[in-house]
Design a protein around this ligand. Structure first.
Ligand code: AMP
Length: 395
């Protein structure tokens, strides 16, 4: 993928507008409870400041009503935290779309919650043009919203004099492209989680790319059904066994496989105190709930992962939130951590699992993207990246 990068551009004496993702969780009093996204955005902002630019930063926060900014929607707490992290004042500018505010070179201002502007979500052209006129260089550093075409993620990039990717966005695109476009083989994808239906397009897109597909969680239950196994009362989507079979066939045709677990961890109820029972797949009873893959299956999958050149992981392979059903996900996590493969993990539950098993530092790249990460895996063109590529191609 070819796009301009903020870190490659001359920025001295330029007005730079950075679309960041500063959408952090807050408590009822508005205090920031977790500031990873703000810290992650500092690199791009610092780079522009050091290069001598006048820096404007904007982000969405929560889900404000357009045209009606409420006190809880303000970026004021973010401005304060950003200022602490940058070690310089960060002024918050309200009603910024029509300009009329000054920013000195070397200064950073935060432009109030962009989702409070009328037309933001609909990618309104007039709004996008006004915002583009505020800057010489527009940088998108918000991968988390790259799957949405909004005025600050897409429209502005059409009209800004120069449109580029910030360092976070660039790193994300580089890592995902490395894993999916030109991967070191074998490419192994692990797709777990609750339902096949929510990940069917991902499974289908990955089936064409990967050498091995590892399915887990509720998704594996549907694959077990497709393979003719009994799954008792487990979460599954019997109407999708046909789709599961198609995916198995695509991988088989390439000489690969979608291994279904031979042993499983079952319970009679879905609860934190449920008693876990490990059994062979053929012994699953009518009143059983399959809540994890068994240790033998987990070891087999770990072995596949250890031989991978690239690993892409989304979704836990069991109900890891309950420790007695976390063994499979732990074994997978440790295998990814120990593997020499280039590894990418993403998605909310996956990151929670990676953190729970203490291997966050051992994954080559952790995607911050959520929905954007999943759409990238689906092989979709993300509008915010697409427009940066179009602008680079036309320049
Ligand atoms: P997803 O959002 O689709 O990635 O699903 C993640 C959720 O799937 C986690 O909260 C897991 O607890 C849940 N999950 C994983 N395995 C199973 C299973 N065998 N049965 C029911 N839920 C599961």
């Amino acid at each position: 993928m070819t796009f301009l990068r903020l870190t490659d551009l001359p920025l001295a004496g330029k007005r730079v507008l950075i679309r960041a993702d500063l959408n952090v969780p807050q408590d009822d009093a508005g205090n920031i409870t977790e500031d990873t996204r703000i810290r992650a955005s500092v690199a791009g902002i610092k780079h522009a400041v050091k290069a001598g630019a006048a820096v404007m930063v904007t982000s969405h926060l929560g889900r404000p009503t357009e045209g009606a900014l409420k006190p809880g929607d303000t970026l004021a707490p973010i401005a304060k935290r950003l200022s602490e992290l940058l070690g310089q004042p960060v002024r918050l500018v309200q009603n910024w779309v029509d300009g009329g505010f000054d920013v000195k070179f070397g200064e950073v201002v935060l432009l109030e919650n962009c989702r409070a502007n009328k037309g933001e979500k609909k990618n309104d052209d007039a709004l996008a043009r006004k915002m583009a006129a505020l800057c010489d260089v527009y940088a998108n550093d918000a991968f988390g919203t790259a799957h949405r075409a909004e005025a600050t993620t897409h429209g502005i990039a059409k009209y800004a004099r120069t449109a580029c990717a910030g360092p976070l966005m660039a790193a994300e695109i580089d890592a995902l492209s490395r894993a999916l476009e030109n991967p070191a083989r074998p490419l192994v994808a692990i797709v777990g989680g609750a339902k096949v239906s929510t990940k069917l397009t991902i499974l289908a897109a990955l089936a064409h790319k990967v050498d091995q597909l590892i399915v887990g969680g509720g998704i594996a239950n549907t694959f077990l059904l497709a393979a003719g196994n009994k799954i008792g009362k487990s979460l599954a989507e019997p109407e999708l066994t046909g789709e599961a079979k198609k995916i198995i066939e695509i991988i088989k045709a390439k000489g690969g496989a979608v291994p279904v677990p031979a042993d499983l961890v079952c319970a009679k109820e879905f609860s934190a105190t449920a008693r876990a029972e490990t059994k062979a797949a053929k012994d699953v009873a009518d009143d059983d709930l399959i809540l994890d893959i068994g240790p033998q299956s987990a070891r087999l999958l770990a072995d596949l992962i250890s031989k991978a050149g690239t690993v892409v992981w989304n979704g836990p392979v069991g109900v890891f939130e309950f420790d007695q059903f976390g063994g499979g996900t732990r074994t997978i996590a440790e295998a990814v951590a120990q593997s020499k493969a280039f590894s990418i993990a993403g998605g909310g539950d996956t990151l929670a699992a990676v953190a729970k098993y203490g291997i966050t530092d051992k994954i080559s790249y952790i995607s911050t993207g959520g929905g954007a990460f999943l759409e990238f895996l689906e092989g979709k063109k993300l509008p915010a990246i697409d427009i940066l590529e179009q602008r680079a191609a036309a320049s």
